[in-house]
Write a protein that binds this ligand. Structure first.
Ligand code: FEO
Length: 390
């Protein structure tokens, strides 16, 4: 796909539409892009490489774009293999290239690549260091844990471009998703991949708030060129663990469908009570990453879980473990359990929720026995009122 950034800054990234699971865990029905850029000046800088899955296609674009010139610098923003997977190809094409990274970059590089990193030409940069390419000047800012410890972003001040590493990235091959809403897949990407690292993202946002930025070039997804305050604002909300929208996620784990019926009923009653946005999700069947995204997106959540092996049905346990790992916090949660002989789901769900920061568990916690009956409706309605009014 031909993407124009400027006369001097060229997009040479590639789409991966064949990948089944990104990071071997996230479904990406519309693929993903591995972005890479060339800055053409007196000295030529290559901004990151791509996953080795698409190395040949990328190398062809790189060589075509260089038109006989050579790469002087390879800036390595992030050593995760979806971006560093083709470093060895660069070394074989341009043996004199100078690698640009921080101390941790080179520590990780020695672990990942089959080359004697000690003997390579390299510049080890620190916070605020600059590298002149001629007219273009690169400044480096460390962004540890957005999303690995060695991550850094690069600001090019002549054209006011921020190369933001994984920050502001999203799922979706560029060819397949041109013109799509940005936030949907950016939000799923953010909460599942970077979500745990809200504080480091806040630190990065603070640093870049002092820069005059006209374009953001991430390592996945589209180049952002307009209305940058919208994207930065969403990152600010997400990384502070504030709800983006008022609404309720009703997530259920149901073995034979009866807990699911109770969850659907709660969803219906919440809508009748005037809650504008209600999403009901079946944890056994829906994309877990999408449900996690919704948990962070809305300010309230109702969990409906079947009891199982003296705990909770495994997909609910898995969901809560994911939320805990991603630092889910600052939300209101209501609980309904189902149990035929010794209900145990609510106790298990509560015990995991209580390990999280600023979670309010609403009263009443409802127990149904095997199926939802008319006699359960008073308790279910009380739960709905508590959620709607909280
Ligand atoms: Fe796109 Fe953290 O790698």
């Amino acid at each position: 796909m031909d993407i124009s950034i400027s006369n001097s800054i060229k997009y040479i990234g590639v789409d991966d539409e064949d990948i089944d699971l990104f990071e071997s865990q996230y479904v990406v029905p519309e693929g993903v892009s591995y972005n890479s850029y060339l800055i053409m000046d007196e000295k030529i800088a290559l901004m990151d490489t791509v996953d080795e899955r698409k190395e040949d296609e990328w190398a062809k674009k790189l060589i075509d774009c260089l038109d006989g010139k050579k790469v002087d610098y390879l800036v390595v923003s992030h050593m995760e293999p979806d971006h560093s997977g083709s470093i060895e190809r660069v070394l074989s094409l341009f043996p004199d290239v100078t690698l640009v990274g921080n101390a941790k970059t080179f520590q990780f590089m020695a672990q990942f690549i089959d080359a004697d990193v000690e003997s390579l030409n390299k510049i080890v940069v620190k916070e605020g260091d600059e590298l002149s390419l001629g007219e273009h000047v690169l400044s480096f800012y460390m962004a540890p844990m957005v999303h690995w410890p060695e991550v850094m972003v690069t600001y090019e001040k002549t054209e006011k471009v921020l190369f933001s590493a994984d920050g502001f990235g999203k799922f979706g091959a560029l060819e397949l998703t041109a013109g799509d809403d940005w936030a949907c897949e950016a939000r799923r990407y953010y909460f599942n991949i970077v979500g745990k690292y809200g504080a480091p993202v806040q630190m990065l946002l603070k640093k870049v708030s002092t820069l005059d930025i006209e374009k953001i070039c991430p390592l996945h997804g589209p180049i952002l060129t307009e209305n940058l305050s919208y994207y930065i604002g969403l990152y600010d909300t997400w990384s502070k663990y504030e709800a983006e929208n008022k609404g309720v996620l009703v997530a259920y784990a149901s073995i034979h469908g009866n807990t699911g019926k109770a969850a659907e009923k709660i969803g219906e009653l919440l809508r009748e009570a005037g809650v504008e946005k209600v999403v009901v999700s079946d944890l056994a069947r829906e994309d877990m990453a999408e449900v996690i995204e919704d948990a962070f997106r809305y300010d309230k959540m109702v969990l409906c879980g079947a009891s199982y092996d003296a705990g909770v049905f495994p997909c609910m346990q898995d969901f809560l473990n994911h939320l805990q790992a991603k630092a889910y916090q600052n939300r209101k949660v209501a609980l309904l359990e189902n149990g035929s002989w010794a209900p145990s789901a609510a106790k298990t769900m509560r015990s995991i929720l209580e390990t999280m920061k600023d979670i309010t568990i609403l009263d009443p916690v409802v127990t149904i026995k095997s199926t939802m009956k008319d006699s359960d409706m008073d308790a279910i309605k009380a739960l709905v009122v508590a959620v709607a009014n909280s």
